[in-house]
Design a protein around this ligand. Structure first.
Ligand code: NDP
Length: 481
C-alpha cells in the first residue's frame, strides 16, 4: 500500500507552500511506524516572516464586508466535504485514529465550524447607546494577527476550530500544528486558498516547542490560542502576558462522569466507553474518573467488561477497526507507566492492560481510590478509573477535588438531581445523559487549570475580537474654562 504523504512543502506562508529551513521533522504512521513524510521545521526567521505576511494582509481582509469573508469560509467547508474521504485517510495516517472515526469526526467537525462562523459572522453588529443629546456606538473589531497552536489528537479539527472564528472576524492567523501531526493544517491552508482566501491570512509553520515559543512572542502577534497540556498552557500564558496578548487556553482534564443507580445502565456504560476509548482515549474532555453509585457498581462493571471485550483493535485503515494505535511511541510509554502505577497502587484491572507496541487495549480499573495517580493525573490514553460513591453531596465534593475543570457528565433519570448536580460541578462543559458531544453551536472550554476562554458558538467571537466604543458629540462642547 502506498503510504506516501509527503506534502508539496512543509510550511505555508503568504499564500504559498514554502520549504522549512529548520531541522528535519519525520512523520510516522503510528500503526506501522513507517515514515510517510519528512518535513522541515520553520526557522526563527520564517516564523517572523509568516507573522509579517499575516500583519500585512490583515487590514485589507478586515476591511471586507463580513459576507465576503463568509463566502470564503463556506466555500472551504464545501471543498472539505467534497474531499472528506481523502482528507480523512490522511488524518488517519497522521494520527493513527481509525478511519471510521476520522470519516465522521475530524474534518467533518472542521467543516461545521467553517459553516457555522460563515453564517454567524454577517449577523454580528455593534450597539447603539442613546445618551440624551449625544450618543455612542460600539464596533467589534479584529485583534490582528492570531497565533494558533494545536495538540496532536484532533489536528485538523483544532486548526479549523481556531481558524474559523478568527478569520470571520477579520483576523489573520499563523498556525503551528503539533510536530507529531503536521499534515492536516497544510491541507487547510491549501483549501482556504482554493476557496479564495487572500495570501497571508492563514499561514502554517512547523516545529516543536521552540517554534511555538517564537510564534507566541512575535511582535506582530496579538492573540494566542493554544490547545495542549496544562504545563504548556502555563508557559504559553506567561509568555503571552509579557506582550499583553489575548489568550484562549484549551488544556487538559481529569473529568468526572457520575453514574447514579437510577441511570439507564446500557446508556451509562456506552457513554463511559465513549468517554474513555474513542480516539484510543486521546481526548482532553474524557470522563476518566467514572464515579458509580454503590447500588449498580457490580452490574456496571460486568456490562462494561463484556462490551469492552467486543472492541475491535487493529489496522486503522480497515473500516471495521474501532480502536487504533496510540499516536506516538512516547505517549504509549507514558500510558503504560500510568497503568503500571495503578496496579502498583492496588487498583484492580477489570480489563485491558499495557498492550504491545503502539497498541494499548481499552483498560478499566476498579477498586481505585481518589488519591491514586490514576484517579488524579491526566493519562491521555484508553484508561478508565472507576470509583464508588454513596450519595450526591459526597460525589460532587469528590468530583470537584481536582485542579482540572474541563468537563463532567451525569447519568440519572431524576430530572431535578441532574440539573442540581451539574450546577454544583466545577467544569466548563457538562453533559446530562450524554458524553463528549461538542457541537459547534455550544461553547466549549474549561475552568480552573483546564483553561481560559471558549471555543465554538458565538462565545468564541468574544475571544477573536475587541470592542471599540465611539462617543458622538451632537452639540457644543461645554468646557469649564
Ligand atoms: P502539549 O502541551 O505537549 O503541546 C501542545 C502544543 O504546544 C504543541 O503544538 C506543542 O509543540 C506546543 N508547545 C510546546 N511547548 C510550547 C511553548 N513553550 N510555546 C509554544 N508552544 C509550545 O500537548 P500535546 O500535544 O501533548 O496534547 C495533549 C494535551 O492537550 C493533553 O493535555 C490534552 O488534554 C490537551 N488537549 C486539550 C484540548 C482542549 O480542547 N481542552 C483538546 C485536545 C487536547 P510540540 O508538541 O510540537 O512540541
Amino acid at each position: 500500500m502506498n503510504l506516501n504523504a509527503q506534502p508539496t512543502a512543509s510550511l505555508f506562508i503568504d499564500g504559498r507552500p514554502v520549504e522549512g529551513e529548520g531541522a528535519a521533522l519525520p512523520v510516522f504512521y503510528p500503526y506501522t511506524g513507517q515514515e510517510i513524510a519528512t518535513l522541515r521545521e520553520a526557522s526563527t526567521d520564517q516564523v517572523a516572516l509568516a507573522c509579517q505576511a499575516a500583519a500585512r494582509a490583515q487590514p485589507a481582509w478586515a476591511a471586507l464586508a463580513p459576507v465576503d469573508r463568509a463566502r470564503v469560509l463556506s466555500r472551504a467547508a464545501a471543498i472539505i466535504r467534497a474531499r472528506n474521504d481523502e482528507l480523512s485517510r490522511l488524518e488517519t495516517l497522521d494520527t493513527g485514529k481509525p478511519i471510521q472515526e476520522t470519516l465522521i469526526a475530524d474534518w467533518e467537525s472542521g467543516a461545521q465550524a467553517l459553516e457555522y462562523f460563515a453564517g454567524l459572522g454577517p449577523t454580528l453588529t455593534g450597539q447603539m447607546i442613546p445618551l440624551g443629546r449625544d450618543w455612542a456606538y460600539t464596533r467589534r473589531e479584529p485583534l490582528g494577527v492570531c497565533a494558533g497552536i494545536g495538540a496532536w489528537n484532533y489536528p485538523s479539527q483544532i486548526a479549523c476550530w481556531k481558524a474559523a472564528p478568527a478569520l470571520i472576524m477579520g483576523n489573520a492567523m499563523v498556525f503551528k500544528p503539533s510536530e507529531e501531526t503536521p499534515l492536516g493544517a497544510l491541507q487547510l491552508a491549501a483549501i482556504l486558498t482554493e476557496a479564495g482566501l487572500p495570501a497571508g491570512i492563514f499561514n502554517v509553520v512547523q516545529g516543536g516547542g521552540a517554534v511555538g515559543a517564537a510564534l507566541v512572542t512575535d511582535v506582530n502577534v496579538a492573540k494566542v490560542s493554544l490547545t495542549g497540556s496544562v504545563p504548556t498552557g502555563r508557559r504559553v500564558y506567561a509568555a503571552a502576558a509579557e506582550g499583553m496578548r489575548h489568550v484562549t487556553m484549551e488544556l487538559g482534564g481529569k473529568s468526572p462522569l457520575i453514574v447514579f443507580d437510577d441511570a439507564s445502565l446500557e446508556d451509562a456504560v456506552g457513554a463511559a466507553m465513549l468517554a474513555n476509548f474513542y480516539s484510543s482515549g486521546q481526548i482532553c474532555s474524557n470522563g476518566t474518573r467514572v464515579f458509580v453509585q454503590e447500588g449498580i457498581r457490580d452490574a456496571f462493571l460486568r456490562r462494561l467488561a463484556e462490551r469492552a471485550a467486543t472492541i475491535r483493535m487493529g489496522d486503522p485503515l480497515d473500516a471495521e477497526t474501532q480502536h487504533g494505535p496510540i499516536t506516538s511511541p512516547a505517549q504509549a510509554e507514558k500510558i503504560r507507566a500510568a497503568i503500571a502505577a495503578g496496579q502498583a497502587a492496588g487498583a484492580r484491572l477489570v480489563c485491558g492492560g499495557p498492550g504491545e507496541g503502539a497498541f494499548i487495549p481499552p483498560t478499566v480499573f476498579a477498586d481505585a481510590t481518589d488519591d491514586m495517580t490514576i484517579a488524579r493525573d491526566e493519562i491521555f490514553g484508553p484508561v478508565m478509573t472507576t470509583l464508588t460513591f454513596r450519595d450526591e453531596a459526597e460525589v460532587i465534593a469528590r468530583a470537584n477535588a481536582t485542579g482540572f475543570g474541563l468537563a463532567a457528565g451525569v447519568f440519572t433519570q431524576d430530572l431535578t438531581r441532574a440539573h442540581r448536580v451539574t450546577a454544583g460541578l466545577q467544569a466548563g462543559t457538562c453533559w446530562i445523559n450524554a458524553y463528549n458531544l461538542t457541537p459547534v453551536e455550544m461553547p466549549f472550554g474549561g475552568v480552573k487549570q483546564s483553561g481560559i476562554g471558549r471555543e465554538n458558538s458565538a462565545a468564541a467571537i468574544e475571544h477573536y475580537s475587541q470592542l471599540k466604543s465611539v462617543y458622538v458629540g451632537m452639540g457644543p462642547v461645554e468646557a469649564p474654562y
